[in-house]
Design a binder for this molecule. Structure first.
Ligand code: CAA
Length: 382
């Protein structure tokens, strides 16, 4: 199959990511089938797509006629078999729980046409393991979008152990057609690029709250003052505390116990306060985005701490052969979120020696092995 042969994309899940990916597929001119487990979830996802398309009309990015054509190009389903029966390409965006993913892929394999590619939007999880639930692992690939999918440009294209080169190329070309910036991840490795590089930040942010060293508003105000469009705690709420929690559990199980979710995060998730999607998380979202008071910034919190542990983690990806070219890491980090510069671009300005020293201090101060500087960081050569 070639990219031009793909006419219909089925998206599994109509939540934050599912509805966003379905919208991106519509904008690229595909016919779309969007499926979720209950009618009310599909209805909500469709309403969000219409709202977002309306915003694009208001900004004159698309015409009213374009919008109408896109709305008529999407069908919604609860029945998985009906949703995928004539799809050429399927993208799964269901909760980040391995057993659920595997169940879905088993069903996709059973009902989707033999030629269909099955892609997973997992943020962290093994593509090889997900593919093992199917009889077509060569056609299973990771295709990781970022939230909000309609605005964030990165799509990580992840190769599972059995993914064929043809499948990798198709997923890459579909992402290009969606006007995204695809970056290939050659080795199926936890968190891929973007989430792996950011993972140690979540340890530090977790410890800061656990030990009462600062409030979320103080840190977010500080980070917004240095140019971040969203502070890191607001971003956690925006993406969903359930996503952060399941991600942390997966990292703790597979990479290091340093990633064990902090108690406060578990409590938020257990009490159903998941952030933006439930109206309350770390912040109150009932009136829209939290209003962060920049005067509350904790001036003695050094944003370089977050950069130091990010750069360090990025060097691990090079050491482990997950990415060959450091520029790909910078490209991924710039296009996946709201940063103007990638970690290595920043490191060159700050100095690798300074960052290595800070990583050593942070590792000691918090007793976190994941912060210890790598040989690459200490040598300062990438
Ligand atoms: N559809 C269409 N337009 C949208 C939109 C949507 N879903 N969401 C926001 N916009 C538009 C807004 O209407 C607004 O338009 P105008 O400028 O014309 O008013 C514009 O985008 C900017 O939005 P806001 O003014 O509300 O706020 P902002 O300037 O802070 O931008 C943001 C919002 C683009 C989300 C920005 O805050 C940002 O880049 N945040 C960081 C996001 C990020 O890091 N995402 C990655 C998360 S990690 C992840 O996803 C990985 C994972 O695996 C979990």
């Amino acid at each position: 199959m070639k990219v031009d042969d793909i006419e219909k994309i089925a998206v599994m899940g109509a939540g934050d990511m599912g509805h966003g990916i379905a919208e991106v597929a519509l904008l690229a001119g595909y016919k779309v089938a969007m499926r979720d487990v209950e009618q009310r979830f599909v209805d909500k996802g469709l309403a969000r797509i219409k709202e977002s398309l309306e915003k694009l009309v208001e900004k004159q990015k698309i015409s009213e006629d374009n919008k109408k054509a896109m709305v008529s190009n999407i069908e919604t389903f609860v029945d998985i078999g009906k949703a995928v029966k004539d799809a050429d390409f399927v993208i799964e965006a269901v909760p980040e729980i391995m057993n659920i993913k595997k169940e879905v892929f088993k069903e996709l394999d059973k009902h989707a046409p033999k030629h269909a590619i099955l892609a997973s939007n997992t943020s962290n999880m093994s593509i090889t393991e997900i593919a093992s639930a199917t009889n077509r692992p060569e056609k299973v690939v990771g295709m990781h979008f970022f939230n909000p999918a309609v605005l964030m440009r990165l799509v990580e294209i992840i190769k599972g152990d059995k993914t064929s080169e043809e499948t990798m190329k198709l997923a890459y070309d579909v992402a290009l057609r969606m006007n995204k910036v695809p970056v290939r991840v050659e080795k199926d490795s936890i968190g891929f690029i973007y989430n792996r590089v950011n993972a140690p930040n979540s340890i530090l942010l977790g410890v800061i709250l656990e030990r009462g060293l600062a409030t979320p508003e103080q840190i977010d105000a500080r980070m917004k003052k240095v140019g971040m469009p969203m502070g890191p705690y607001e971003l956690m709420d925006y993406v969903g505390l359930d996503v952060a929690y399941h991600g942390a559990l997966y990292f703790a199980e597979r990479l290091s116990s340093d990633y064990k979710p902090p108690k406060w995060l578990k409590e938020k998730v257990d009490s159903g306060n998941l952030g933006k999607k439930t109206g309350k998380g770390i912040f109150d979202w009932s009136q829209g985005r939290p209003a962060i008071d920049l005067d509350k910034a904790k001036e003695d919190f050094d944003p370089t701490d977050l950069i130091a542990i990010q750069v360090n983690e990025a060097t691990k990806l090079l050491e482990e052969g997950v990415v060959k070219n450091p520029d790909d890491i910078d490209k991924a980090m710039v296009n996946g979120g709201g940063s103007a510069f990638g970690p290595f671009q920043l490191a060159k300005g700050i100095g690798f020696d300074k960052l290595a020293k800070r990583c050593e201090e942070l590792a000691k101060q918090f007793g976190v092995k994941a912060f210890e500087p790598t040989e690459t960081l200490k040598k300062g050569r990438i």
